[in-house]
Every structure is written in structure tokens, then in C-alpha cells.
Ligand binder design. Structure first.
Ligand code: HEM
Length: 540
């Protein structure tokens, strides 16, 4: 009641303040009340009838706000307002964050974050005479010490002695790989072709089916193919097909590169623990070494590989070539060195193959030109594959523009050293090398050096005309120089070529995403991204 009187008081105050007459108010109210009653009666009937008939629909109708919000969202969505609002406020940040996270994960998976070289800048020599001297002064300027420091051979190659100055190992590698190995290549060729067909089949079955063909990661595919083929030349068909051994052969070089990364940021006394952590206690290294020590020692004769191929493998011939040499004392020592050669053979060819495959993907016209040169896979033998000038020139030009390392012929001075003529002086512990980038961008040898010319080595009038991919020269120092130049380059070349011609003849190659990142560089190195995918469309 008190409350009511209070409202009445406010009402009188309102009438006084506004000058609104009571008559007017009553007239309005009467009218409104009639109207209200009429309307309410109608609505009550209507409402009762409606509720009886359709209770569910009513739930939506009583929420016109919901309907309105949905309509607004639909219309604004169609017009792109939501994207606009998100972009303005959060979208760019969220998108950038997701992109950066993806890039970091991608970089780690591709081992991008290793620091492959210590920060001291190497001394660069330029003249042919100096390069010759650099390559041959092995008593002071050590090739192996550079790689041993870089990859931590002490851990990754089971205590490999890298500060030695004798050349027994290099002589063995030269005879085993370059002389005998190359002579055997035509006979090994059919086994390589067979292995390629099997391994390619396995890779294709693991690919992702898309409307345009089979999608596969470029890096992993070519790495596996190169490793499987190289395995045949080293260890024969049977051992290299053993799943555990084959997996270890693939993993050990990857482990070494990961260790290389980690060792750059690890204090020396922790290296052993870090190595153990990364390589799961050196699992793959131990497995390979124990198998090799067996086939190079007690199991040499009984080792399970049919003779025609067995006698052509590096493993078999390594024993033959070291039998009467007092330097080689045990099968464990041989095993360790064969593993060293395996690392040299396994970690570079696939990267070259990756860059070359990427180039093919973005240049379908080169695929067509090469198909014309290759002709047919039927009856393809070593001789014919070696005689494809366009293929050779295309590979060499791609490697020239994308070398894995812009430095070559790296040597570490074991003592102070002065080059003939008084300069440069190299302090013990420093590194000397050649800039392969400068050499391969010299505009006399390579006119218009930045342009990509797959026919360059066929068409040019410069001094590099007619030179082959495997030729060792200071104008193309990717293989090193002089007597220590890579002894496995003929194997690298034949494996790369064989895989390429099969891919080109069987498929049309293209990138799954043309905008995807393909290569990254760090210091003097260029590496492939693991995530880049290509699509293989079978040719009819
Ligand atoms: C595209 C692939 C390859 C590239 C770019 C490459 C490059 C090199 C380079 C630059 C050197 C050091 C030369 C020096 O510093 O003077 C080297 C050494 C070596 N390479 Fe290769 N290589 C490749 C493939 C292979 C293959 C397939 C094998 C084995 C079949 C192999 C076996 C070796 C060995 C054993 C050494 C050490 C030689 C020694 O200690 O005297 N390489 N390679």
C-alpha cells in the first residue's frame, strides 16, 4: 500500500510537471484500454490455438533474436565481414603464429638449425696452382681432419682416427671405388635397375593418391631410392635388402647430420652423451659395424650373397685389396672404414638428386627434351646411360647453380703452413678452401653465370664446353680436386642418372604446391626441405 501511494505521488508530480491534463490522460487511457482488450482477446485466442497445434515451432519463434543473429552472420559471412573483423583484430597474428610454428617445425625436421662450421672464417685460395698445392699437401693440410671435426667422427664413426697423415685410406678408397668399382659398374648395372624397380614400387605404394597422380615427399623418396641402390654396390642384394640393416643404412647418415648440428652448440665433454641421446645409443652404427665386421672377417666366404654380384661389391673387394697390406690389421678396422665410405656415399647424392628433381618438376619442357634423348627404357644399359649428353649437361648445370656447399677442397692445417711463394700463411688449426661458388660463377667460364641453361655444357663457346658431370676441375670443384677428389663420383653419377631416367620415362613430374618452400641455406650450405612434395602422374 505504501508503495502504491508512493507511485501515486510520482504520478501527480508527473502531471504537474508536464502540464498533461487528466481528461486527456483518461481519454487516451480509455481508448488504449479498449484497444488493448480487443487486441489481447484476439491474441489470447490466437496464442492458445497456436500453442496447442505447434509447440516446437514456437520455441524458435520466441527467439527472434537468435534468428536475427544467424541472418546477420550469414549475410556478413557472405560479404566477408567476419574475415575482415578477424583480420583486423586477431587473424593476422594467429595466422603468423601458425605459419611461424610450422616453419620452425619444418626447419627442425630438415635439420636447418645446425651450425655446420665454426665461426672462424676459412682462408680462400684462388689460383689453379694454389688449389693444386692445397689438395696435395696432405702431410700438413688434412682433408679428413676437416670432416672429422665437422661430423664428430670420434663419436659418429666409432673413434675414427682423423689427425693421421698417412694416405693408406685414401689410396684404398681410390683403388676400391674409383678404379675397380668403376670398372665393375657396367656389370652391377642390371642389379641396380632391378633394385630401382623394386624400391620405386614400394615408395609409390606409400604415396598419397590425388586426382593428379601419386603425391610423395621429394626428399624422403629420393633419399630412400639412392640409399637402396647404393646399398647394392656396397653390400650386395641380400644384406642391403634386410629390413633392419637397410633401415640402419638410411638412419646412420641422418644421425651423423643431426649430431653435427648438436655438436655445434654442445660443450665437448657432453658430446658423448648428446651423441648417445640422438642416436639412441648409436644403434644403427653398432648394427652396421657388427654385420660388416662379420662379412669382412669370419663370415667372408660364407656370407649369404650369390657369387656374380658378391665379387663385385665393395665389401668383398675391400678384403681382397687389403689382404697383404700390414696397415690393415682387423675386420673391425675395415668395417669402420667401409662405414666411413658409406657415409660419404649416402649423404650427398640424394641431396643433388632432390635439387635436380625439383628442377625437373618446374620445367616440364626439360622433361620432354630428356624423354626424346632417352628414347626408351627397354634395353637401357650402362653404356647408353653414360651417353646422354643433354642429361649430363642438365645435371651439371643444376649442381653448378645449387651446390650443396659453396666451399670446396676444405683442409685443416695440422701445423703452421705457408704456401709456395710466401702466401697465404695458414696458422695451425685454421681451415683453407676454394670458393666453389666463385669458380662456378666465373663469367669467362660461365657466360651469364646466373642464368639457368640446361644445355650450357653442350652449347657454350667457353672453356667448359663438352666437359662431363664427373670431370674433376678447378672450374667445377664439387668433387674436390687432385688425387683426393671424390673416388665415388662415377657411382654417384650413375645412381642419380638411373633414378632420373626411370622417373622421367614413367611419370610426368610436377610439384604438389608450386609455392611450397624447397631449399634453405645456412652459412655455406644449401639443403632441401623435407616437406616439399611432388606428384607423379603415370604416363600412358
Ligand atoms: C653427388 C655426390 C657426391 C659428392 C658431391 C661428393 C663429393 C666429395 C668431396 C668434395 C670429397 C672430398 C674431396 C676433397 O676434399 O678433396 C669426397 C670424398 C669422398 N667421397 Fe664423395 N661425393 C659424392 C658421392 C660419393 C659416393 C657415391 C661415394 C662412394 C661410392 C663417395 C665416396 C667418397 C669417399 C670414400 C671420399 C673420401 C676419400 C678419401 O678419404 O680420400 N662419394 N666426396
Amino acid at each position: 500500500m505504501d508503495q502504491y501511494l508512493g507511485y501515486a505521488g510520482y504520478g501527480m508530480e508527473y502531471l504537474r510537471d508536464t502540464g498533461y491534463s487528466i481528461d486527456q490522460y483518461l481519454r487516451d487511457t480509455r481508448y488504449n484500454v479498449d484497444q488493448y482488450l480487443r487486441d489481447t482477446r484476439y491474441n489470447v485466442d490466437q496464442y492458445l490455438r497456436y500453442t496447442r497445434d505447434n509447440v516446437k515451432v514456437d520455441q524458435y519463434l520466441v527467439s527472434p533474436l537468435v534468428v536475427w543473429v544467424i541472418c546477420v552472420l550469414c549475410v556478413s559471412g557472405l560479404l566477408g565481414f567476419d574475415a575482415y573483423i578477424l583480420r583486423r583484430k586477431y587473424r593476422s597474428k594467429v595466422k603468423r603464429f601458425i605459419q611461424q610454428t610450422r616453419a620452425v617445425i619444418n626447419d627442425f625436421r630438415s635439420a636447418r638449425y645446425y651450425k655446420p662450421w665454426n665461426s672462424a672464417k676459412p682462408i680462400i685460395v684462388t689460383t689453379k696452382k694454389q688449389i693444386q698445392e692445397l689438395s696435395e699437401a696432405s702431410q700438413v693440410l688434412s682433408q679428413r681432419a676437416v670432416y672429422a671435426d665437422m661430423f664428430g667422427f670420434k663419436h659418429t664413426l666409432n673413434g675414427y682416427d682423423h689427425h693421421e697423415v698417412n694416405t693408406a685410406k685414401s689410396r684404398l678408397f681410390g683403388r676400391l671405388l674409383q678404379v675397380q668399382g668403376t670398372a665393375n659398374l657396367p656389370k652391377v648395372f642390371p642389379f641396380l635397375t632391378k633394385r630401382l624397380n623394386e624400391s620405386l614400387g614400394v615408395q609409390l605404394r606409400q604415396g598419397k593418391l590425388t586426382p593428379n597422380g601419386i603425391s610423395l615427399p621429394v626428399a624422403n623418396t629420393v633419399r630412400v631410392l639412392a640409399s637402396r641402390l647404393m646399398g647394392v654396390t656396397f653390400f650386395g642384394e641380400n644384406l642391403s635388402a634386410d629390413p633392419k640393416f637397410a633401415d640402419a643404412l638410411l638412419r646412420h647418415p641422418k644421425d651423423m647430420v643431426s649430431c653435427l648440428a648438436a655438436f655445434q652448440v654442445t660443450p665437448g665433454f657432453l658430446s658423448s652423451a648428446v651423441h648417445s641421446l640422438i642416436t639412441r645409443g648409436g644403434q644403427s652404427q653398432k648394427l652396421i659395424l657388427s654385420k660388416l665386421a662379420y662379412i669382412l672377417g669370419p663370415g667372408y666366404e660364407s656370407w649369404d650373397e650369390p657369387l656374380p654380384l658378391k665379387e663385385l661389391t665393395f665389401a668383398w673387394n675391400m678384403v681382397q685389396l687389403t689382404r697383404d697390406n700390414p696397415y690393415w690389421t682387423s675386420s673391425e678396422q675395415l668395417a669402420q672404414n667401409l662405414l666411413g665410405a658409406w657415409f660419404a656415399a649416402a649423404h650427398q647424392p640424394w641431396m643433388n638428386l632432390d635439387f635436380i628433381t625439383l628442377s625437373l618438376c618446374v620445367h616440364p619442357e626439360i622433361q620432354d627434351a630428356l624423354r626424346e634423348e632417352i628414347g626408351d627404357l627397354e634395353g637401357l644399359d650402362y653404356e647408353r646411360l653414360q651417353n646422354m649428353p643433354l642429361l649430363d649437361s642438365f645435371i651439371k648445370e643444376t649442381v653448378r647453380l645449387h651446390p650443396l656447399d659453396t666451399m670446396a677442397v676444405r683442409r685443416k692445417a695440422l701445423k703452421d703452413y705457408t704456401f709456395v711463394g710466401g702466401a697465404p700463411f695458414v696458422k695451425a688449426g685454421s681451415t683453407v678452401c676454394v670458393s666453389s661458388y666463385d669458380k662456378m660463377h666465373d663469367d669467362i667460364d660461365y657466360p651469364n653465370p646466373n642464368s639457368y641453361q640446361p644445355r650450357r655444357f653442350l652449347d657454350t663457346r667457353s672453356p667448359v664446353r663438352g666437359t662431363k658431370f664427373t670431370d674433376v676441375s678447378e672450374k667445377f670443384p664439387v668433387w674436390g680436386f687432385g688425387s683426393l677428389a671424390c673416388p665415388g663420383r662415377f657411382h654417384a653419377s650413375i645412381v642419380i642418372k638411373l633414378i632420373l631416367v626411370h622417373l622421367i620415362m614413367k611419370f610426368d613430374l610436377r610439384l604438389e604446391d608450386e609455392k611450397a618452400r624447397r631449399l634453405w641455406s645456412w652459412e655455406t650450405f644449401t639443403m632441401p626441405y623435407e616437406s616439399t612434395r611432388f606428384v607423379l602422374k603415370a604416363r600412358t
